[in-house]
Design a protein around this ligand. Structure first.
Ligand SMILES: C[S@@+](CC[C@H](N)C(=O)[O-])C[C@H]1O[C@@H](n2cnc3c(N)ncnc32)[C@H](O)[C@@H]1O
Length: 197
């Protein structure tokens, strides 16, 4: 990835096709896995596998743990990529038994898990989606929930405004009253961490 001012073009030309790459969020995903030493990690929204790749790298270094990745890939009506791209990018971790890919809608998926250590949620996030998808997961997540977004800048991206999506930051602020603490890494697109108090 270059520091080109035309970062949209750089993203299109990258194998990951994701804005996490602009500010090197892979290092954060890797570090969170190394510091928390999770057994079971679940990712909702994998696309070409940028966040999954860096978390899987951390799991491999830890020597324990697995990552279940869920995405609709080519069945998603908006912006995604073919599942084969994720398979190619994550091949070494799939073959090592660290990563498993599942092509399905994540609605109701929490019912299939009793408890997990880390949840990463990146589904084209907005507050109504997070309320519906993330809230039922929170009591099942022992260590940490990671979500894409949470900064003021991320709440103002074109599609959030165009489709009048409910903003993420005020939703995160409200989690404080529900027994959770939240920390947001601000560089675009931003990443927020949710933990029980
Ligand atoms: C922003 S991308 C994920 C980026 C990925 N975390 C990365 O690091 O490259 C969002 C993904 O969420 C998937 N998605 C959106 N809604 C979904 C749903 N209800 N069930 C499963 N996947 C969904 C889309 O197919 C898309 O690939």
């Amino acid at each position: 990835m270059t520091d080109s001012t035309d970062w949209r073009e750089a993203i299109e030309n990258s194998r990951w096709k994701i804005d996490f790459e602009i500010n090197h969020y892979g290092d954060l995903f890797y570090s969170l896995i190394r510091t928390h030493q999770p057994g079971k990690v679940v990712e909702l929204g994998t696309k070409a596998g940028y966040s999954a790749y860096h978390m899987a790298h951390g799991l491999r270094e830890n020597g324990i743990g697995g990552l279940d990745c869920y995405d609709l890939w080519e069945n998603y009506e908006f912006n995604s990529c073919p599942k084969s791209e994720a398979e190619a990018n994550l091949r070494e971790f799939i073959d090592a038994g660290i990563v498993r890919l599942h092509q399905r809608n994540v609605d109701g998926l929490h019912n299939e898990y009793d408890s997990i250590d880390i949840l990463n949620v990146d589904l084209g996030n907005h507050a109504d989606l997070l309320e519906e998808i993330v809230m039922p997961w929170l009591p099942k997540v022992k260590e940490l929930t990671i979500i894409e977004g949470g900064s003021v800048e991320r709440d103002q991206v074109d599609w959030m405004e165009k489709y009048a999506k409910r903003k993420i930051k005020p939703w995160l602020d409200g989690l404080g009253e529900k027994g959770y603490k939240v920390f947001t890494f601000e560089p675009f697109p931003s990443v927020s961490l949710i933990k029980p108090k």
